[in-house]
Design a protein around this ligand. Structure first.
Ligand code: ADP
Ligand code: CIR
Length: 355
């Protein structure tokens, strides 16, 4: 049974959200009927509906608004997760099944901007959750430490281009940390969406970053997901970036078992990342298209692309640089997710040239 204090917070939260002008998918899909059906449920970790929706209630400017405190939440609270997942990922219905992992022909991607006029840099990332551990809100401090140790020792075995070093956030010089953030290599600190979701407990314990010398291959440890595996570099050579990512993921997967679900693919804390977990992005300058931001978003949307600011999600554009990436990650293969970004960016550049 969910205790009275939680039920009271849930009721107050529901009223706040329902009477707001929030544009989140949570507000769109959390009807009174769904709310009443779920408000008394709990996962075996003790997670309630409040744990799922508190970020979207506290942050009415959320685009999405819900997180899974533990993997079971995806089934226990399916009545709210399923319609939001379907809406975000463009038609992944409640009976749909994510396809098996398929990186496709890694040599088929090329430079999306061969003349180098538009694309500043290219990045492909994916997320992984380590088998046997719940998501952030349910992790203990001891588990954070244990996971950091596992991640850093696993990565220290990588060689060649992937060879690098693990830098724990604990004890990291503040100026070094800020420079890594400003250069787009490290996650930011104090993300209010994650904080409200109870995902920043014991910070900075267990958090850290691994990277090779030239910072083209990076792994984030215990920020939003247990692992974020990242390949990035200046310019538009998506082929090189993707090949590096696929090599890295294959190497890491040989050494660490990850949580995978038949229906939802790789499991992540935020449902927007389920499935392939792939976000392939470019930092791009398209000044003519971006003159009218609403238009840029509308055109990007036609190609299933999402526009973010220069410093990532919920940030503004600096110097006319936008972060544009594939929006869908679930219900298609890794190859298709990256192809969607590649094709879309090619089209956006064509449109920019024609204006
Ligand atoms: P994520 O991609 O991990 O979901 P964010 O949207 O917060 O999370 O982005 C994380 C960081 O990656 C930010 O600093 C952002 O500027 C940077 N980033 C994203 N795409 C690119 C890119 N194509 N080139 C350089 N930096 C990028
Ligand atoms: C939000 O709802 O805006 C935040 N919780 C972040 C959701 C992830 N966003 C996305 O589009 N991938």
């Amino acid at each position: 049974m969910v205790d009275a204090a939680v039920l009271e917070k849930l009721e107050a939260g529901f009223t706040k959200l329902a009477s707001s002008d929030s544009k989140s998918l949570l507000k769109k899909h959390l009807t009174r009927e769904v709310f009443d059906k779920l408000k008394n449920k709990k996962t075996s970790f003790g997670s309630t509906l409040l744990d799922c929706i508190q970020s979207g209630i506290e942050n009415l400017d959320s685009g999405f608004g819900i997180y899974a405190p533990d993997a079971e939440a995806y089934t226990v609270f399916a009545d709210i997760f399923d319609p939001m997942i379907e809406d975000y990922h463009g038609g992944f219905g409640k009976d749909a099944k994510h396809p098996p992992r398929d990186f496709g022909d890694v040599s088929s991607f090329v430079n999306v901007d061969p003349t180098g006029e538009y694309v500043v840099s290219t990045r492909v990332r994916c997320g992984r959750s380590m088998e046997g551990y719940p998501f952030n809100p349910c992790l203990t401090e001891a588990q954070y430490k244990e996971m950091e140790e596992k991640v850093s020792s696993t990565l220290s075995a990588l060689d060649g281009e992937l060879k690098g070093k693990f830098y724990p956030l604990t004890g990291m010089d503040k100026a070094v940390q800020q420079q890594l953030i400003d250069d787009h290599f490290l996650f930011k600190e104090g993300d209010r969406f994650l904080q409200a979701a109870n995902a920043c407990r014991f910070w900075p314990t267990g958090r850290g970053i691994y990277h090779n010398d030239n910072k083209t291959f990076l792994v984030w440890c215990n920020e939003e997901d247990h692992l974020r595996i990242i390949s990035m570099q200046k310019g538009g050579d998506l082929g090189e970036v993707y090949r590096r990512l696929v090599t890295a993921v294959n190497e890491i997967e040989k050494r660490v078992p990850f949580s995978h679900n038949d229906r939802l693919g790789f499991l992540t804390f935020c449902p927007t990342n389920l499935g392939t977990t792939i976000r392939a992005s470019v930092h791009i300058k398209v000044p003519k298209l971006a003159k009218d931001y609403a238009k840029l978003e509308e055109v990007a949307g036609k190609y299933n692309l999402q526009v973010r600011g220069t410093s990532g999600e919920h940030s503004e554009s600096i110097g006319g640089i936008y972060d544009i990436s594939n929006k869908r990650r679930l219900g298609l293969t890794e190859y298709q997710a990256v192809k969607e970004m590649s094709d879309g960016i090619t089209e956006l550049i064509k449109i920019e040239k024609s204006l």
